[in-house]
Design a binder for this molecule. Structure first.
Ligand SMILES: N[C@@H](CCC(=O)N[C@@H](CS)C(=O)NCC(=O)O)C(=O)O
Length: 198
């Protein structure tokens, strides 16, 4: 059985929600991490090479970076219908959103929060406005990024807005989509459990 190294109220919380959504057989092991407020510390029990979470260990194999973990798990549980598998229509769109999250969205959020901009950065990653426009375009005629049905791409791409509500733009398409994703029973279960444990 794979093991997820997880720290509550962190980026690994979304993976806990995904495991719940998938009904996946994954052992969840809590570790500590250094937090922005100065609390916590790197946990020697966490095998991630930089002590980060999430980190998935499956036998002798390991998976780091949330997009990769999402893809690894949704491919293992195709019957859950949370990510189009190889050969299905929209596989390309699904992969694109997972990689867009990791390669563009996360860096853009961090640069935005740090108040940093540079012509070389915007030439490559564009900026918050362009990223929000991509989301808004995708949601123009449909409730979720891949269409009528919720997928793990929604879970991943909506997650920063769930944690940092000040990032939410004044755009009803994005706001409603984030609310729909947060309203999933699995997402509520993770939040309630982690708030209770905090
Ligand atoms: N790009 C990574 C980011 C992982 C990450 O930075 N996780 C934070 C928790 S929110 C962490 O483990 N921080 C502890 C540290 O930096 O030592 C991903 O998406 O998985």
């Amino acid at each position: 059985m794979p093991t997820l190294f997880h720290a509550p109220m962190s980026r690994s919380s979304g993976i806990v929600t995904l495991i719940d959504e998938l009904g996946a057989d994954v052992d969840i092991r809590q570790v500590s991490i250094p937090r922005q407020d100065g609390s916590g510390q790197t946990d020697p029990a966490n095998p991630h090479p930089e002590g980060k979470v999430p980190f998935l260990v499956d036998g002798t194999d390991t998976v780091r970076e949330r997009g990769a973990i999402v893809l690894y798990l949704t491919d293992q549980y195709p019957e859950a219908g949370l990510g189009p598998i190889e050969g299905s229509p929209q596989r390309g769109e699904y992969l694109s959103w997972l990689f867009y999250y990791q390669g563009v969205m996360e860096p853009v959020f961090i640069l935005h929060a740090a108040g940093l901009s540079h012509p070389m950065v915007s030439a490559s990653l564009r900026d918050m406005e362009a990223m929000l426009a991509r989301l808004s375009d995708a949601l123009e005629t449909r409730p979720y990024l891949l269409g009528e049905r919720y997928s793990a791409a929604d879970l991943l791409c909506s997650s920063p807005f769930q944690w940092f509500s000040d990032l939410l733009p004044d755009n009803p398409r994005i706001r409603d989509w984030v609310a729909r994703c947060a309203d999933r029973p699995a997402a509520k279960r993770t939040l309630e459990r982690e708030m209770a444990e905090a």
